[in-house]
Write a protein that binds this ligand. Structure first.
Ligand SMILES: [Zn+2]
Length: 327
């Protein structure tokens, strides 16, 4: 179970890691406090190298458990990875939890990064006074999570809440998940950057940063929109309508009225917001007033969520593995 405000509080110390395609963010939690945090480049090569890097972090510190947040899907028993589309290497059926436990002699909990983010924001962040919330993380793609009654829903394989893969443009661009027209193909960071690159290419200009050979980023697009560029505003307007339509559907389906938005591309949401509201407004009679909150914990929220949950999990490891003391 994910830690809840009403449930047993995690005790002890833990390492939480948030594994991304570019960086691994980590926090070392001791009791209720984060005592250390940091970022290291995601090792090249794939999951075996990533296990080694996390094990190095863990053995250098006093931790009782390890939580790892991943941008993808896990096996139903939550011990192996199945689909991790944005990190190099062969992740299909990779026994990440077993290998990390073997390398560190600590119990390991795996979870989806959006659920880890939601768990941290629900426990410590902007949703801490709420119990029923839709979470949306905007990064390279779009992640999502749902909390009901103060608990982040996970379901088999930790799959509940994949807002980014709801249909937003049927028949549209191919998504990393294999479907077409998912929300993240319209409003995810990678999609936004690609559309802005195309717009700049059609103008015959660079990214506007003075670096002609660099691909455009979502930040470039947001900067252009804030300076009034009509094409940039159009791109974000299209994305905003898609986000509002999908969020409105989710809120109507679940009977919820609170949304927390975070992630590295969340600044784009601030520009989108005036166009998100009317799309939500179409369902106003169903869903009532909607509260949209900015995430409060910053870029380490996912790692904090992984650390929080690591010791909420039953800590006994199978007898074939090293037994832990003092837990
Ligand atoms: Zn998809």
């Amino acid at each position: 179970m994910v830690a809840t405000r009403s449930g047993p509080r995690p005790a002890g110390s833990a390492l939480g890691v948030d594994i991304g395609g570019t960086n691994i963010k980590w926090v070392h939690r001791a009791r209720a406090a984060v005592v250390e945090q940091g970022t290291l480049p995601t090792p090249a090569g794939g999951p075996v190298q990533i296990v080694a890097a996390i094990a190095e972090l863990a053995v250098a510190r006093t931790v009782e458990a390890i939580g790892a947040a991943l941008p993808g899907h896990l096996s139903p028993d939550m011990r192996s990875t199945t689909t991790i589309p944005n990190i190099d290497g062969d992740w299909q059926d990779f026994p990440l939890a077993d290998l990390l436990e073997r390398a560190t002699a600590k119990p390991v909990l795996l979870m989806n990064d959006a659920r880890a983010f939601a768990s941290a924001e629900l426990t410590l962040g902007s949703a801490r006074t709420h119990t029923d919330v839709v979470f949306m993380t905007m990064g390279t793609g779009i992640g999502g999570a749902i909390a009901l009654g103060g608990t982040v829903l996970r379901g088999p394989g930790d799959r509940v809440g994949e807002i980014g893969h709801m249909a937003a443009a049927p028949g549209g661009d191919l998504c990393g998940c294999g479907a077409r027209g998912c929300l993240e193909t319209v409003a995810g960071g990678r999609a936004l950057a690609a559309r802005w690159s195309q717009a700049l290419a059609s103008r015959g200009t660079g990214t506007g940063t003075g670096t002609q050979d660099r691909s455009a980023t979502p930040e470039d697009l947001v900067r252009a929109a804030r300076s009034g560029d009509t094409t940039a505003l159009e791109i974000l307007g299209t994305a905003a309508t898609a986000v509002g339509t999908v969020l409105g559907s989710v809120l109507a389906q679940l009977g919820l009225s609170t949304v927390v938005v975070g992630g590295g591309v969340a600044p784009a949401f601030e520009v989108m917001r005036p166009a998100v509201e009317p799309a939500l407004g179409d369902r106003r009679r169903l869903i009532g007033p909607v509260t949209i909150l900015a995430a409060a914990l910053g870029p380490y929220a996912g790692a904090m969520g992984a650390a929080l949950n690591a010791t909420a999990q039953p800590l006994a490891v199978p007898s074939a593995r090293p037994q832990l003391s003092g837990i």
